[in-house]
Each structure stands twice: as C-alpha cells, then as structure tokens.
Write a protein of this length. Sequence first.
Length: 679
Amino acid sequence: MPLPIPDSPVEAGFAASLNLGRNEAEDMSIDGGFAVRSNPHASSDKFLQATADISRAGGVFDGAAGTYDLTVGYFDETDGVSCMEVVVNGVVVDSFDWDSTAGRDLVTPSGLQEQIVASVWLEPGDLVVLRGRRDGGEPLRTDYLDIAPSDGPPPPPPSSDPFVIEAETLEILSGFKVVSNPVASDDAFLQAKKNVEARACHTVEQAGTFDLTIGYFDETDGMSNMRVLVNGVEVDNFDWDSASGSSVANAASRAERKIEDLELAVGDKIELVGMSDGKEPLRTDFLRFEPTSAPPPAPPSADVWFVDGSEVKLGLNDGDGTFTIRATGITPGSEGTVAADFDGNGSIDFLTLNVTVPPDPGVTDIFTFETTLHANDGSAVFTDSNVSSITTSALFPNIFFDGEALIAHDARDVDGDGDADVLAIDENGDTAFLLENDGSGNFSVLTRSAIASAFGLEALIGEFTGDTAGDIVVLTGPDPSSVDIYVNDGVGNLTAAGSRGPSPETHFDGEILDLDGDGDLDVLFVANGEGRGIFALLNDGTGNTEAGAFPGVDVDEDGLVGLVEGGNFDGDDTIEIISAGASDSSLAPGLRVYEFVDTGGGKDFVLQSFDPTITGNVHTAADYDGDGDLDLLLSTDAMPNTLSLLENDGNAVFTNTGVVLATDDVADETYFFDDTPLV
C-alpha cells in the first residue's frame, strides 16, 4: 500500500551527492528513521537499518541530464514484508514489497536482492529519496543505490493538453473524507468533517505554467473558506459565498475558482486548506490544469558543414553528438561559400561565389561574378535557385587583380533590414564589398570600402557599435599585419576604427564575442610568428580599442598555438577560452582553459585548468550532445582527416569520446540544417 507522506516535504534535508556508479546507503543523507549498522555481508561492510516505522534516505543527483537505471540493493529477510518507494523530486517512480523467500530471517548473502527502476530521467540537482516502512522482524536493511546510464528511451515531453486531478485522489492530510455523489465529475468528491481543519495535498508531476481551476460546490447554507498553498506559500484565499445556487450539491451549486499563471515544478506540493461553515461541508470536486502555453520544443541539434574536395557536405547531428555525413551536391564557389538563411524561410541555405568574367590586366579592371543561392527545403535538401550576376571593380584599379583574389568571408545583416547580407573582400585590391540581399537571396553591391588587406586574410561581420548595421573586423598578415575593426555608418560605408597587431606576421582564427561582459562585442584571435599567442581586441563600445587594454597569452616564437574557442563553458558569469595547442618550451602540450577576468591590474586571460592528455586544434563550440553545455570538436595529427568530440561535463572539464566525423575541416560556425527552423 502507498506510504504516508510526512508533513514535512519529502525533499527536505537531503544534501548528500548521488553520483554515477555505486552510492552506499550509509553515505546518503538520513531524514529520520534510519541508522548506520556494520555488517560484513554489506557491500562496504555497512548498511542502513530502520529505527522507526517510516525511514527516509537520499541525496542530490550530481551528473548530466539523461535517462538512468536505478538499482536498489537491500537484504530481503523472511520474517517480514517491508515495502519501499523510490521517489524523484517528490514523485514516486517505483514501489516494491520485500517479500522474497530466498534468504533467511537475518542478514545473509542469499538475502541480498536488487530492485531495478529502469529509464528514469534525472537532471543535475534532482532529489532522489528511498522511503520505506519496516515490517515484523525485517528492519528495512538498505545497502546501496546504483545509478547507471539507461539504454531505454527518454521520457516523452510534457503534454500541452489540459488535465484533471480528481479531488478524491488527493492525499488527505486531515479533516476530509471521500463521499460518493453522482453529480461530481467522477461520481465522488472530498467533504470536510465538522469543526476540523480539512487539508488535502497534490504532488505535481508535470512542470510548467498553468491556469489552475478548482471545482467545488458552493451551497447557500453556509460560507466556507479555502486557502490554496504551493509549498506552504499561500497563492489564493476565497470564500464560498454564493447566494444563487442551492443548499445541496447539484448542478446549480457547481462553482469554479481559477488561479492564473501558476508556475509549478515537479515535486511541488499543492495543498487545499479549509473549514466547513454551517451546513456547507467544503465539497471539493477536482483540480483542472490548463497549460498557459505549449511546452518549449526541444532545441535543435548542432550540425556542421565542411568542404570535402569538390563538394559541400554536412555532418548532421542526431542530438547526442553522433553525426551522419550527407552530401549536398553543392560545388564550392571558386570565390567562397557562406551559409545563412538567405531566403527568410527559417532554414540555413548556402551561397556560392564564382567569378565568370575576370579582369583583363592592363585593359580593364572590371570583372563579373555570380552569387548562386542553394536553398534548403527545411530537411537539408538543397536546390539551386536564385543566381545574381554582379559587374564591378576594385577601388584601386592600378593594383594587379585577378578573380582569385575575391573571397566571400561572412554572411550577416549589414544594412539593418533583418536579412543576411554578404561580406566579400578583394585581397589584392584593398576593397571590402558589402553585398545586399533583397530578402529572397538576390544580391547586388551595396558599398565598396577601402581596407588594409593581405593574402590569406580572415574577415567577419559583427556589431561593434550597438546599432543594427553590421560592422566588420579584418585579420591580416603579413604586410600589413594587424586586426582592424571597420565601423558601418548605417548604410554600408566602412571606416577604420579599433586596431591591434601583436605580431608582425599572421593573425587568424578570429571570433567575435563579449569577452569582458561589458555589453559590447570584442575580438578573440591568434597570432603567429614573433609575438605569437592568444590575444583580444577589446571594444570600448564604439568600435575603437579600449584604452590601456592589451590582454594576451604569449607563446614562444617556435610554439604551436593552434586554434582557440571562446564561450561560457562552465555556466558562471565569465567567458572561458580553450586552446589545445602545443609549444616546445614555455608551454607544454595540452588543453588549457583560461577565464577572461579583471585581475585587478587589468583584464586578462587567467589559466584555470590544464589537461596534458588532450592536444590538437579545437573547433566550433556548440552543445553537440544536448546536455545544455558547450562541447568542442578536435583535430589532431595523430588522427588525420578526422574530428573527435570533446564532451563537456558542464564545468569546462572535457572528455575525448572519440572520432565522430571523417574530416578535419569544419566551418567556423555550426548551424541547424535539418531541425527546428530558426526564429
């Protein structure tokens, strides 16, 4: 039979950590009724033994969100039939009787039994409690709780449909009794006894925001009162004071009370508390829960794209970091390939650039190129559609130019109209072209702006000034060799602003993010050669370099910095920067986690951890395994032409789970090609 729930919340008093693997019962938090006893037959020479009729022990789950099998180890003796419930966040997920005849009337190895509770969804911080009642000479001897990943399916998402809890199914704490009546919603209701405070409780099993409606019979021969508590806090209080119904429970006296937008979590306690008055016995019929909005959809899984020889390919993620490679049939553009939602349908498309009529040096500097939209139908199937032919020239026609020096670098909104435009740069003509999208994937030249460029440069679009028109950052080297921000005047004209050049050679692997948490976007980058290392260009909010701010991690000239990734990897208030490169002297090989913090002497990179077992180039931070934190991809010389997954435990501690993609080339950003449309 179900065990009575104590007046204090089931979740109270449990602070012990429950981890994957074996959790000894004696290490759990005890909330009354259990004591630790020594016995050589127990798994660690100790178990818990009941000292009261009702005993409880448990703890807080300290692991990643997922589906797990829970195994309770206990000694089932023959001199009683105890019972136990496994409770997660106040919800009973299993109950079982200790009725085996395999053992004896005392603790023996043959009496050790296991109860497996399969496919239980657990999240970090969930409360798991073992609650039991001893019987006869069997004192509920509990040995351990094993937690192991489950092969079973995860639980279905919460329903968005309304549902009803009949009042007669609530747990009666005091003063109520169940009375049959055909006018009730399920032929029964709760009715209060005279002169006794009536209390009944419901334990929430579905989280969400609800309109809660209490159905009751408001009769004319009394004025009862009811309070509604959630976890002991009053959320409503109302009198049953209708004068228009009837003096008995019938259709005329039916009434409803609605409490709007009630936020509830699994395990919350909803308590109805009231006193009858006169001849009105507080007849309570049902609780109806109506979700105020549909539960949010599961987030899309992070897919990747890359160029494999003569074709653009996708790595489609199944949601747990397992990828399937799909060919797209798209030939990369000779002048570059970029990805974004170019046609506004919510799915990520590709755009390729190809020069069709190159300039004729010494004759004409005018050239023609085409943009081709490869439109995604929402399921990662692409169709060649809009082709735009653009004839233009560089700003500096006296500089030698051929078509191969035009490169498409990035795609974001640069004119504030909400669609994805394109940044292309003529590396030989010192010209940045902003290509305007008409919203359907047709392009024309918006502006041409002078920049300092060099062969092999990188360029990104970002918003450095706080308006809606995208600015750009250009990473160059050598000759010139710097990282330069160019701000957009709102209509596409670019003007040089902040700059930093720690190395006379190449700057690369740029990433735009708010490193210092001041609300504007900065630039994280790597420098090679003399002065090589990991550096930041801090933005003062106008696109200029923040005064006196020159943060960086120097690496000796012969060292290998590798690629870096920035992001919030541990859930705190600061940005972490990850590098797994190697150096031959000042820095040993390995994965380093830096935090970007104010050291008191200025903002800088501060080393937080070092793992010498992981080396290589880190790529493209994203939540690949769907557990809510940022993971990484890794390429290494030891495993050429492959990418491995570095799973994050939520604390910026990474585990190499092995090869997931047969390529070591992946785009700088992840997208969702075949899942929930972007909004």
